[in-house]
Design a protein around this ligand. Structure first.
Ligand code: GDP
Ligand code: MN
Length: 396
């Protein structure tokens, strides 16, 4: 589950990680109230107005702007709230901004200017260990750094048996070229950040930039936080952080009825039982030159109601030109599933306008195939995986 920057910063702060102070606002009036409160709390008179959407690169798209007084703040807030923000990470049409974060300006310069670093915490799936990735080249172009000068990105791998060691936190501060107060500040920052990552059951923290202010404070200026959905049951307090407006509506609907659905870009709708078979099915579609429109695991009970719900979800995506049903009947008998498909199809009247290819394999597969073939519906049956894929291609 992805969070907004302001929510991510709240979690960081709750674990003692230093953050740029800010208050979220839904409209112009709230923005002004927020700014006045920030001035009272922090003394700042300059503010940054930051669009809250689930995508990075907001600065580049005009979604992060500096306001040097309340009048400017009002104008900028009005301009950003409601805008369709296009960044390198949004869909081409952009994302609508519903909220802004009014943050204190932390880029004031003193004897030494502010410095931007990159720090992230994530799971390295290859080694099965969490790692901290960091670079002096923080700011808005970390993707270019990774591509052109990967040697400027450092990592610390954390042994799960020992946790983050203090020498590792010091490594980070040292490799970022810090000394004195800033060095100590970074060690504290990294230690708290890792504690927050574990404590919130996150799967990604990306803090870009981490700022060394001109008076040597180390704070998170941005926060991209992804929480592990499988651990949400341990964090009832985080459930309300989900912003359904930011999510694919069909995925939201699928989750409500207990189906595992992920929207993709292709034109072949997939209905499969079991996550492994669903992935294998998507691979097969790709290999035979097609492109899956979704991942959908209908689970163990593929009865008529469930099949119908699944069909309706798949068909919400207007890109779908054919549906491939690939079910392995182990515990659930294939003839039951076939009957479910036929019943669902009939029940949906003329809602199904695309051909359906069904491959049922396992217990009573032969009876199932007969049921499909004799149904008189626009459903093609197949027994072999490859045959199913070929029929899908022929239907496109
Ligand atoms: P992103 O573009 O979505 O990654 O959004 P960020 O939160 O990282 O902000 C983008 C950029 O805005 C940062 O890299 C900074 O250069 C700038 N920025 C953020 N906070 C401040 C601030 O307090 N003062 C000034 N002057 N610039 C800021
Ligand atoms: Mn950023």
């Amino acid at each position: 589950m992805n969070l907004h920057e302001y929510q991510g910063k709240d979690i960081l702060a709750s674990f003692g990680v230093g953050v740029q102070q800010g208050i979220v606002a839904n409209n112009k009036a709230e923005a002004v109230t927020a700014a006045k409160k920030l001035t009272a709390d922090t003394g700042t008179t300059w503010y940054v107005v930051k669009a809250q959407i689930h995508a990075g690169g907001r600065g580049k798209g005009g979604g992060v702007k500096l306001a040097k007084n309340l009048m400017e703040l009002e104008t900028i807030a009005e301009q950003i709230i409601g805008m369709q923000l296009i960044t390198p990470q949004t869909p081409p049409e952009g994302k609508k901004v519903n909220k802004v974060l009014i943050a204190e300006d932390v880029y004031y310069s003193g004897d030494s200017g502010p410095e931007e670093f990159y720090v992230s915490v994530l799971l390295n799936r290859a080694t099965g260990k969490n790692m901290i990735m960091y670079s002096v080249e923080g700011g808005m172009d970390i993707e270019k750094v990774a591509e052109n000068t990967p040697e400027l990105i450092f990592t610390e791998e954390i042994d799960p048996a020992h946790g983050l060691q203090s020498f590792q936190a010091r490594n980070v501060a040292f490799n970022l070229g810090l000394r004195g107060v800033a060095f100590k500040g970074m060690v504290k920052f990294i230690t708290a950040l890792y504690k927050a990552y574990l404590g919130s059951d996150a799967s990604l923290f990306e803090i870009n930039p981490v700022l060394k202010t001109s008076d040597d404070k180390i704070i998170a200026v941005d926060a991209k936080v992804t929480l592990d959905e499988n651990a949400l049951f341990r964090h009832k307090e985080y459930a309300e952080l989900r912003d359904l407006l930011e999510e694919n509506p069909t995925e939201v609907e699928a989750r409500e009825v207990g189906l595992n659905y992920v929207a993709l870009d292709g034109n072949v709708g997939c209905m499969v039982n079991g996550a492994g078979l669903a992935m294998a099915t998507m691979d097969l579609i790709k290999q035979s030159g097609g492109s899956p429109a979704n991942f959908l695991d209908v689970g163990g009970t593929a009865d008529a109601t469930r099949v119908e719900t699944a069909f309706r979800l798949i068909l919400k995506d207007l890109k779908v030109e054919v549906i491939l049903v690939n079910i392995f009947g182990g515990i659930v008998r294939c003839d039951r599933v076939a009957q479910g498909i036929v019943d669902a199809y009939k029940n949906m009247g003329d809602a199904i306008k695309v051909p359906i290819v069904v491959r049922l394999q396992g217990t009573n597969a032969d009876i199932a195939k007969k049921l499909i073939d004799e149904s008189g519906l626009n459903v093609l049956s197949a027994t072999a995986f490859e045959e199913a894929a070929r029929r899908v291609q022929e239907s496109l």
